[in-house]
Ligand binder design. Structure first.
Ligand SMILES: O=C(O)CCC(=O)C(=O)O
Ligand SMILES: [Fe+2]
Length: 261
């Protein structure tokens, strides 16, 4: 029996439904976002990421205060809600000026593909951040982690699943790192128990054994997966890895999908 992930190679209404109910594990849609548009936007993306002030980790940088930073609740939740609209305008109008951003494109597709549409997550009448831009430079990586559903800001939604959505604007040469690794099942509680520091987002790869499957995304590719399955990004050894990302919260099939980042 193989532990390999069950994949689809197009984002369609059907593959989205399969991923949302756990019949498949990954949608890897090559060149979902046109590679020439990646190249056109990249200089402004890099500038925005360089100007950002991201606190979660030194392993990558990100534009906007993101959900990962508010996983433990506290005062930063207000900053998250206070900055989400400005960050969204910055990404849409300054960074992707005159060009559709990957996270706007995915929101439209999800809204049209899901039977009850997709909407930005809200909290106390304010919008969550619907997308981020992320960058890893040489030495950057994402240690194995689970993106939890049971965190203060998401609790009231009682999500069944939390899907990670990434569109890659720039990738290292093959062989230079940046692969996404996936591990087998581990519950949120088991993951939290494994973490040495509750405020750290992930754990050291040495502690979790070999992955069950790996994806090496190319420029423009969309990779969408159940983020409740432990995953991580291998160290970038040369070149840079830049992505637009969000999460999709799944409730029942009759509820709109929720987009947040
Ligand atoms: O950058 C990636 O490929 C994966 C990022 C990640 O951890 C996620 O989307 O949850
Ligand atoms: Fe993640």
């Amino acid at each position: 029996m193989s532990d390999q992930l069950r994949r689809r190679d197009r984002l369609t209404a059907e593959s989205l439904r399969e991923l949302a109910i756990g019949e498949i594990d990954v949608i890897w849609h090559r060149e979902y976002y046109p590679p020439e548009q990646c190249d056109a936007a990249l200089p402004r993306v890099v500038r925005a990421v360089d100007d950002a002030n991201f606190l979660l980790t030194k392993e990558f940088t990100s534009v906007g205060t993101s959900m990962g930073e508010v996983a433990n609740g506290g005062e930063i939740v207000q900053r998250y809600l206070d900055t989400s609209a400005d960050t969204t305008r910055l990404i849409r109008h300054d960074v992707f000026a005159g060009q559709q951003s990957p996270t706007d494109l995915i929101r439209l597709d999800l809204d049209e593909m899901w039977p009850y549409g997709a909407t930005v997550g809200r909290h106390d009448g304010r919008m969550m951040l619907p997308g981020v831009l992320r960058r890893m430079t040489p030495g950057g990586r994402g240690r194995p982690h689970i993106d939890r559903r049971q965190i203060p800001l998401l609790d009231t939604y009682r999500l069944h699943r939390r899907l990670g959505v990434n569109i890659y604007l720039e990738v290292p040469e093959p062989g230079a790192g940046g692969e996404i690794d996936f591990w087998g099942s581990l519950s949120e509680e088991e993951f939290v128990a494994l973490k040495a520091d509750p405020f750290d987002y992930g754990i050291e790869p040495e502690r979790v054994g070999p992955p069950v499957d790996t994806v090496l995304p190319g420029k423009g590719d969309l990779v969408m997966f159940e983020a409740g399955r432990m995953h991580g990004v291998r160290e970038v050894r040369a070149g840079c890895r830049t992505s637009a990302a969000c999460f999709v919260g799944v409730r029942t099939e009759a509820d709109p999908l929720l987009v947040f980042a």
